[in-house]
Design a protein around this ligand. Structure first.
Ligand SMILES: C[S@@+](CC[C@H](N)C(=O)[O-])C[C@H]1O[C@@H](n2cnc3c(N)ncnc32)[C@H](O)[C@@H]1O
Length: 315
């Protein structure tokens, strides 16, 4: 198996500089959700800090000034965002430009639109790097999923929308003001109509009639979140369960395929892809994330896996 790649840097730069057109078989992304939160490391297992000082040095003053913070999911409208917005409006992609103009008229120039302006050019790059037989799973929640779906329609085409998978979980708080929010949305699109790889995953049937038999997994997935005692827990906030990624990777890629996660965090996608015999490309701009991915791969697959991966710093 050829090398897999881990990039430390902004995924927009990495995608533009390092990832070739139509080279990726499957994309899963779990970007910030526009939750208006600052995420810090949770108490988890002890980590070796060998690589962290180097990474902080490379990340510059910023990393030292935000010690403890893993990543920030707070979006505000400012001059830089406004310039990026103008660039999208003036680009050659009519559908995208019209969609962003309509969003600005509907919601105004605010934090939500700033978040969409961040996401849009990255989705354009992800569309470019995906093979014609590939597909993309975009993980989001109620904060922005309605807008992201329309943004994906503009970039990937509504004809390539396949499913809105509902990931149901039990954990989390509740409010006296509305129904407890206990699911995320995962939007699934192909690059081209009917060309994508897919093999349905079978799960145990629960109805009385089919008891003891298997059935195709439907578009709502009951998969528990990671509990405090789980072996896979790394202490990274927003870490997703391996079972969730297993279902996506097993159903929508084949052995030897390349799986890309441009917001890879603690490396859940990368570890599952590795275990299932896929090659992978991970990108993250948080020093803590890159540190964790290396350590997690080392623990799961031994030093060899870590030596084989190419860690690239991208400015
Ligand atoms: C929700 S977390 C991903 C969690 C991951 N799925 C897991 O299981 O651990 C989002 C990640 O995106 C990263 N991120 C945010 N903006 C980024 C950017 N522009 N380029 C690269 N990574 C980014 C953050 O550092 C964070 O690690």
């Amino acid at each position: 198996m050829a090398d897999s790649y881990l990039y430390f840097g902004d995924n927009l730069d990495v995608l533009r500089q390092h990832i070739a057109d139509e080279s990726i078989d499957l994309i899963y992304l779990d970007p910030p959700f526009n939750s208006d939160k600052d995420y810090v490391a949770l108490s988890g297992k002890r980590r070796s800090a060998d690589i962290l000082p180097t990474l902080q040095l490379l990340a510059g003053e910023d990393a030292r000034a935000t010690k403890g913070r893993v990543f920030k999911d707070i979006w505000r409208w400012d001059d830089e965002v406004n310039n990026n917005f103008q660039r999208i409006i003036e680009c050659n992609n009519n559908r995208l430009s019209q969609t962003l103009t309509a969003f600005s008229q509907l919601i105004g120039k605010n934090g939500l639109l700033a978040y969409i302006v961040m996401l849009a050019p990255r989705l354009v790059e992800l569309h470019r790097v995906l093979k014609p037989t590939g597909s993309i799973y975009l993980h989001c929640d109620q904060h922005a999923s309605a807008y992201i779906r329309l943004l994906m329609d503009a970039i990937f085409g509504s004809e390539n929308f396949l499913n809105c998978i509902v990931w149901c979980y039990g954990l989390g708080g509740s409010s006296p003001r509305y129904w407890p929010r206990k699911h995320d949305d995962i939007l699934w699109y192909s690059k081209e109509p009917n060309k994508h790889n897919f093999e349905a995953v079978q799960i145990p049937a629960t109805s009385q009639r089919m008891k003891g038999q298997m059935k195709k997994a439907p578009d709502f997935w009951n998969i528990p979140t990671i509990n405090n005692m789980a072996k896979e827990r790394t202490g990274f906030p927003t870490q997703k369960p391996e079972a969730l990624l297993e279902r996506i990777i097993e159903s929508s890629s084949r052995k030897g395929d390349i799986v890309l996660d441009p917001f890879c965090g603690s490396g859940t996608t990368l570890c599952v892809a590795h275990r299932l015999g896929r090659k992978w490309v991970g990108i993250d701009n948080a020093p803590k994330a890159v540190e964790l991915v290396e350590e997690r791969l080392g623990i799961l697959f031994g030093c060899e896996a870590v030596y084989k991966l190419k860690l690239t710093f991208s400015n």
